[in-house]
Design a protein around this ligand. Structure first.
Ligand SMILES: Nc1ncnc2c1ncn2[C@@H]1O[C@H](COP(=O)(O)OP(=O)(O)OP(=O)(O)O)[C@@H](O)[C@H]1O
Length: 383
């Protein structure tokens, strides 16, 4: 039976070092929930706390209404999949999947039935008698998934399960995981530092930095209405432009450094304060106009410094008259690509761009390296 997970005021310390100061989140039953954040932000630590491999220094972890803080990891009924597959190399695919069922009071026939069901589900039934070293990485990861699911866990935990696969397979396996998770309907906590992967598979994403959740929500909400500048720049690309926000008769007007003014109607009432601001605009939210006759108040002028043709879209890198640099994405023109040196005038899609306080704590582009998480053999023992 799949369960909902509730974490309230979780604290994690390694010695004197507090890596999670006070974290709360709710994961609904049956959802695929992703922990996403830069390397070292505490994703694996939190996952291991849910699994019972890490001690908990504060707060409560519950499956439905049952507090699990002191429950033995073996009793939590959790299925786990890690990046290094962690399947037994000396056992056939079938034996690997059967393994978890051996100590359950099931007849041979029931074990075979259940094993077949999950081998089918992950599409490795035709390799049932092969040894793992004769499988591709993607097939091995499917076996690991079948082995995790065959025990009918209450919760599935996945730690960077695709990071050892090549780029094409990674994209393919996203769909496999999402479909299987949906079919089985199991609450899944998924750790990745790959934002595109997170967007592609998740029902909900928590964006973490330094043990703190900055935004928890549906992929679309996080992309379109990020909670703060960290989230805006961590998920997708964002151009940041300095501005001032003025409020007159309930209407918000943003003035950029060159005097260009734009009205923003999407700013929440409680945010209606005059202030120094930073406008965050995705590359596709900056609109390009041509011709030098446009007046400064009509937009922000710039000069194309470089361009990159990527088929459907062309990316332009533009130096603005304000001294700022931006990246713009435009659907590729049929005639020609704007050469370096071309003058352009930019305006904003004010329905989509977001306005933040200028002084929000900002640490742009925290490293999103491809750093390996702990090996499965590390999972034993608490720390
Ligand atoms: N066993 C440990 N002892 C001491 N510090 C640890 C231990 N495990 C993790 N840490 C520290 O806790 C912080 C969070 O680490 P964690 O592995 O949870 O990050 P992560 O977000 O999963 O990173 P990555 O994406 O690189 O795997 C890091 O600063 C890390 O150095």
């Amino acid at each position: 039976m799949s369960v909902g997970i509730s974490i309230k005021h979780a604290v994690k310390r390694y010695g004197q070092n507090t890596v999670i100061p006070d974290l709360s989140l709710e994961i609904q039953n049956g959802k695929l929930f992703t922990l996403l954040g830069p390397s070292g932000c505490g994703k694996t630590t939190l996952l291991r706390m849910i699994a019972g491999f890490n001690s908990i220094e504060g707060g409560t972890f519950s499956f439905n209404d049952r507090i699990i803080n002191d429950m033995d990891p073996g009793k939590r009924n959790i299925g786990m999949v890690f990046q290094n597959y962690a399947i037994f190399p000396n056992m056939s695919v079938r034996k690997n999947v059967e393994f978890g069922l051996k100590h359950r009071s099931l007849s041979k026939e029931e074990i075979k039935q259940e094993t077949d069901r999950f081998l089918n589900l992950v599409h490795v039934d035709q390799y049932a008698d092969r040894m793992p070293d004769r499988l591709s990485g993607g097939q091995q990861q499917r076996v690991a998934l079948a082995r995790a699911l065959v025990i009918k866990p209450d919760v599935l935990l996945m730690d960077e399960p695709l990071s050892n696969l090549d780029a094409k397979l990674r994209v393919e396996m996203r769909t496999v995981i999402k479909n299987i998770q949906r079919d089985v309907g199991i609450t899944t906590v998924y750790v990745t530092h790959d934002q595109e992967e997170a967007m592609a598979i998740s029902d909900e994403i928590a964006i973490m930095k330094a043990g703190v959740i900055h935004h928890c929500g549906k992929p679309k909400d996080i992309y379109q209405r990020p909670a703060d500048l960290f989230v805006a720049t961590f998920i997708g690309k964002s151009n940041l432009l300095k501005a001032k926000l003025f409020v007159t008769n309930g209407r918000c007007r943003v003035e950029f450094l060159n005097g260009y003014e734009a009205e923003f109607s999407n700013i929440r009432k409680e945010e209606h304060r005059e202030r120094e601001a930073t406008v965050s605009a995705r590359p596709e939210e900056l609109l390009v106009h041509f011709g030098e006759s446009a007046q400064p108040k009509d937009g922000i002028r710039g000069i194309v410094s470089d361009s990159m043709f990527l088929g459907l879209n062309t990316h332009y890198f533009v130096d603005l008259e304000t001294g700022e640099k931006v990246e713009i994405i435009q659907e590729s023109r049929i005639d020609s690509i704007l050469p370096p040196g071309s003058p352009v005038l930019l305006t904003l899609n004010t329905m989509k761009a977001n306005v933040f306080d200028a002084d929000s704590t900002l640490s742009l582009m925290d490293g999103v390296e491809n750093v390996a998480g702990p090996a499965a053999s590390d999972q034993a023992g608490r720390n």
